[in-house]
Write a protein that binds this ligand. Structure first.
Ligand SMILES: Cc1cc2nc3c(=O)[nH]c(=O)nc-3n(C[C@H](O)[C@H](O)[C@H](O)COP(=O)(O)O)c2cc1C
Length: 441
């Protein structure tokens, strides 16, 4: 699916001069590395953390966790060797923003990583990018070389005595590699399998068992702007509890699949009507997966929900990495959910039996229902499997798959029952396309 980029009403990361071309000279002309120069010449590491804290920045990789809290934990850790890691994996179906940022503004990400490393006392950082995104790999390698030769990276950065190298790590394309502890396993040269947690999170025992900050690449790009323009400028956009902007990706049954940066709290209706061009001709909206499939369904009558963490959570869904998949009246939520269940089955690393068996079983049961071979007992089994597996793996994949089908059961009971005993998928049903191949890797 081709995605259009549209400039939002008041962009921060995607301001036209910041994304015009990925070169260092273009980035510096747009004010790039101003935040780093400011920090290294006049702010202590704890001042940098304070600025990020007062901005209220929350991670843009899925959970919305406050960025400064992670940084503080690592900065205050008694172990002196620390690492900074950027997650550029972007595996969530429907999310395209990280690849866009890497392609258009790689220095913005590197600048945020250098600031994070200075703040937490790291002298080595890693940026994880998938092997299935070779253009991104070479753009990032090029940006790293440019930063090294300009003295913005490497030994004695800008003559301040602070030194840092960033490794551009070419990692496996699997969805699970985006889970932060699986990503750390991959960086250490092992297959990407999530580590059990609690008790130890990456901030306590991360890469090579050292305290580690893991943030999404968009999160780092925001850090660069916060240090350049100040935290209050960041807070001018968004809401009190969800400050700032985020890059939304809209795909599925809309006239114009689009990428656009908007202030958090922006109404879903306006995003879909003003930027994505509305529903397909002759159709209405049916429902939305607002945080990719992992956070469940929002029905069309909730279209006026503001796009921010708390409002979406209150409606039983979430913001995730802001990948919105739209289903129109011609789409079948059962068929779409069955596709997502297959995605989770293929995406499970298989190390936790409840996840391996549970995702396989949910997919099989939904396939039965969709093919008209199911009964009321099949629906009941789906309900029981989902309830049984929730929270019973090393990572969130298992819970996401359970939540996705529970949301289907909650919002579309009549449609599910209508499928029972029908024999074939009702004619004319369409499954929205969301790049299955790209995400399975
Ligand atoms: C199955 C799974 C896949 C994930 N994939 C990604 C991903 O592709 N990119 C990402 O940034 N975070 C992903 N996450 C979330 C990360 O584990 C982690 O929370 C995030 O990188 C932290 O960054 P942030 O605090 O800046 O959001 C995934 C989580 C799970 C459970």
């Amino acid at each position: 699916m081709d995605m259009f980029f549209m400039e939002g009403p008041d962009p921060v990361l995607t301001r036209s001069d910041l994304i015009r071309d990925p070169s260092l000279s273009s980035y510096e002309k747009a004010g790039g590395y101003r935040g780093l120069r400011r920090a290294l010449s006049g702010l202590s590491p704890s001042d940098v953390i304070e600025e990020v804290k007062s901005s209220g920045l929350r991670g843009r990789g899925g959970s919305g966790f406050p960025t400064a809290l992670k940084w503080e934990k690592v900065a205050n850790h008694r172990v002196p060797v620390r690492y900074v890691v950027a997650n550029g994996s972007e595996g969530e179906p429907g999310s395209h923003k990280d690849h866009f940022l890497i392609s258009r503004s790689p220095h913005q990400i590197l600048e945020g990583m250098i600031l994070a490393s200075y703040a937490v006392g790291a002298s080595q950082a890693y940026l994880f990018v998938k092997e299935s995104f070779p253009e991104g790999v070479s753009l990032l390698q090029n940006a790293r070389r440019e930063a090294l030769s300009a003295g913005l990276l490497g030994n004695n950065i800008l003559g301040t005595g602070f030194s840092l190298d960033i490794v551009i790590f070419i990692g496996p394309a699997a969805y699970i590699a985006g889970e932060e502890t699986a990503l750390l396993e991959a960086l250490e040269g092992r297959p990407p399998r999530p580590r059990p947690k609690p008790p130890f999170y990456p901030t306590e025992m991360g890469l090579f068992r050292k305290p580690t900050v893991v943030n999404n690449v968009e999160t780092y790009a925001h850090v660069a702007r916060i240090l350049a323009d100040g935290p209050s400028r960041f807070r001018e956009r968004g809401t009190q509890k969800s400050p700032g902007t985020m890059i939304f990706s809209v795909s599925g049954s809309v006239v114009r699949p689009v990428l656009v940066e908007l202030p958090l709290g922006f109404p879903l209706r306006r995003l879909l009507e003003d930027y994505a061009g509305g529903p397909l001709p002759g159709e209405n909206f049916q429902c939305f997966f607002t945080g990719g499939p992992s956070f469940g369904i929002l029905t069309a009558k909730e279209i006026d929900t503001p796009l921010e963490y708390d409002a979406l959570r209150a409606k039983g869904t979430g913001l995730g990495s802001a990948g919105i998949i739209v289903l129109g009246s011609g789409d079948c939520p059962v068929a779409t959910s069955r596709e997502f269940a297959l995605f989770y089955e293929k995406g499970s690393c298989g190390q936790c039996p409840p996840c391996r068996l549970g995702t396989e079983s949910l997919h099989g049961l939904l396939e039965e229902v969709e093919a008209g071979k199911g009964s009321l007992q099949t629906l009941d089994r789906i309900r029981r499997v989902a309830e049984m597996i929730k929270g019973r793996g090393n990572c969130g994949l298992i819970t996401a798959s359970a939540y996705m089908v529970q949301s289907l059961l909650q919002h579309f009971p009549a449609l599910l029952e209508a499928h029972l005993g029908k024999g074939v998928r009702p004619e004319g049903e369409r499954i929205p396309c969301w790049h299955y191949d790209r995400f399975v890797g």
